[in-house]
Design a protein around this ligand. Structure first.
Ligand SMILES: [Zn+2]
Length: 137
């Protein structure tokens, strides 16, 4: 009897995310908005976070994408996210697991760590940038 294949693709309602805290990949339900990491037991947001106005928060954390609209300002100690799109203003340190897109005339004041970045003409960037230094999982 042939051995069962181990190459069965995951079903469509699951996706693999990487924990922001312990960097361990795990499967989650596609429709889940948040989970508790099964490795480090910290809570993880999975939803995208739109920032459409002035928002001051200690941290902004999600496995999803943070989008700062043209009229949005994110004032925070740090943003830890799966991706970042900035059309408005960000003040705070950014660590993104996915690409960071900075629109024309957007502004980031803070250090940025990301695997890739795209910057529009006229964007204002102040801080240290480490691009491409995240360890791939
Ligand atoms: Zn974890």
């Amino acid at each position: 009897m042939p051995a069962a294949s181990t190459n069965v693709p995951p079903p469509d309602d699951r996706l693999t995310i990487v924990c922001l805290h312990c960097d361990k990949p795990q499967e989650v339900g596609r429709k889940a908005m948040s989970i508790t990491c099964k490795f480090c037991s910290k809570s993880l947001k999975l939803e995208d976070i739109p920032i459409k106005d002035y928002q001051a928060r200690r941290v902004i954390e999600t496995v999803g994408v943070v989008t700062v609209d043209k009229k949005g300002s994110a004032i925070t100690d740090r943003i830890n996210c799966g991706g970042l799109i900035v059309r408005g203003k960000v003040k705070g340190n950014v660590k993104s697991r996915g690409p960071v897109f900075v629109g024309p005339e957007a502004e980031i004041k803070g250090d940025v760590i990301a695997p890739a970045i795209a910057i529009g003409a006229g964007a204002v960037l102040e801080g240290r940038y480490e691009i491409g230094k995240l360890n791939p999982q």
